[in-house]
Design a protein around this ligand. Structure first.
Ligand code: NDP
Length: 348
């Protein structure tokens, strides 16, 4: 028997409530470590907190591909860890493994066939990148830009990214630049984030939406209007960006985090004015879902890994330590406490 810590969902924020760390509880349990054929014992290294988890906190997630977390049961999400014992022929002690349904637990016994092996060379040894830039958020940025962005090298396009200093947004801007956008402008929630986008990640300019009039600020940094909008946030910020878009432009509808604490369907309804702007300017706004492009994931991860290794894209992370801080880290990410990918380090 091994004493392990795990995180359970102790209460729901309600469909119109903001999540608080107290919605989660850490508890100690015992784990039987005798393995059945096919099982492995894994030690958790890193866990991910992501915006979609807000839907899993509701008893109805509103999405058929997402199951709600159950009250008093162990929470799960993206995780990466190391195999400490194995009765699975395909997995050896020391292998690095990952899953989208990793339990928020310091150790787990799990059917090895439910895990994917990770080649640490793909992430230059930075195993947390598996949950960020060389993982689901990286693929979201890459495939979002490539599938819905219509970037045309040499066409002098301006792309705006909202949620620009987060996991997906910080990557989307860098990829748009590599793919040939002339100007890449980020919108995010602090001056420090704006500075990091421009000085570290090569964005042309950045706008702090919490300061001043974003419409004027955006007009100044997008003098030729906006051709492509990578939308992570929705709401008033997106209404402003769309109002400054050029005819024939493209909105990459990635996420709408500003609306996730409201009881609204996804995607949330647009104002008449914004709907009219899209229509009259012939702007496409197709919903993008990274899970709909599974056949492109392997190649996408190779591309992201290559860019990271040769220094063409830079990955920022905000790392919090300790399984007891999962709830704090989740709520902090939901309110902008992170620059780059929010990660929780569980063990060395
Ligand atoms: P981030 O790392 O971007 O973290 C969330 C960020 O959202 C915060 O840092 C905060 O930054 C910003 N934010 C929070 N509330 C608001 C608000 N009211 N208005 C504006 N910004 C806000 O998370 P991810 O990169 O993981 O996710 C970004 C988006 O992408 C989400 O909408 C998510 O749902 C979506 N997504 C979609 C996928 C798909 O397949 N379509 C897959 C993965 C993610 P700030 O300081 O700037 O406010």
């Amino acid at each position: 028997m091994l004493t392990v810590q795990r995180v359970v969902l102790s209460s729901r924020p309600g469909k119109n409530g903001s999540p608080v760390p107290e919605n989660f509880r850490v508890e100690e349990t015992s784990l039987a470590t005798d393995l059945k054929q096919g099982e492995v014992l894994v030690r958790t290294l890193y866990l991910s907190v992501d915006p979609y988890m807000r839907c899993r906190m509701n008893d109805d997630t509103g999405a058929d591909y997402l199951l709600p977390w159950r009250l008093e049961e162990c929470v799960d999400g993206g995780g990466v860890g190391v195999v400490e014992a194995s009765k699975n022929e395909a997995m050896a002690v020391g292998d690095i493994v990952t899953s989208f349904n990793w339990h928020w637990k310091t150790h787990s016994v799990i059917d090895g066939n439910l895990l994917q092996k990770v080649d640490p060379r793909m992430v230059d040894g930075h195993l947390s990148y598996v949950l960020g830039g060389v993982g689901m958020p990286g693929l979201t940025a890459l495939l979002g830009v490539r599938e819905k962005g219509h970037v045309t090298p040499g066409a002098g396009q301006t792309m705006v990214v909202s949620g620009a200093a987060g996991a997906c947004g910080s990557l989307a801007g860098q990829i748009a630049r590599l793919d040939g956008c002339e100007r890449v402008v980020g919108i995010c929630g602090s001056d420090e984030k704006c500075q990091s986008l421009v000085s570290e990640l090569g964005f042309t300019a950045a706008v702090n939406y919490k300061k001043g009039d974003i419409s004027t600020a955006l007009r100044e940094v997008c003098p030729s209007g906006v051709d492509i909008y990578f939308d992570n946030v929705g709401g008033a910020i997106s209404d402003t960006v769309i109002s400054q878009m050029n005819s024939g432009g493209h909105v990459i509808l990635c996420g709408q985090i500003s609306q996730y604490n409201k009881d609204l369907p996804y995607p949330p309804p647009l104002s008449d004015e914004t709907q009219e702007a899209l229509c009259s300017k012939n702007i496409t706004r197709e919903r993008f879902m990274v899970l709909n492009y599974m056949e492109k994931h392997e190649e996408g991860l190779l591309q992201l890994s290559h860019w990271v290794k040769i220094g063409q894209i830079k990955l920022l992370e905000t790392i919090v330590n300790g399984i007891e801080n999962m709830g704090v880290a989740f709520c902090s990410m939901m309110t902008g406490g992170n620059i780059g990918k929010q990660i929780v380090k569980i063990s060395d």
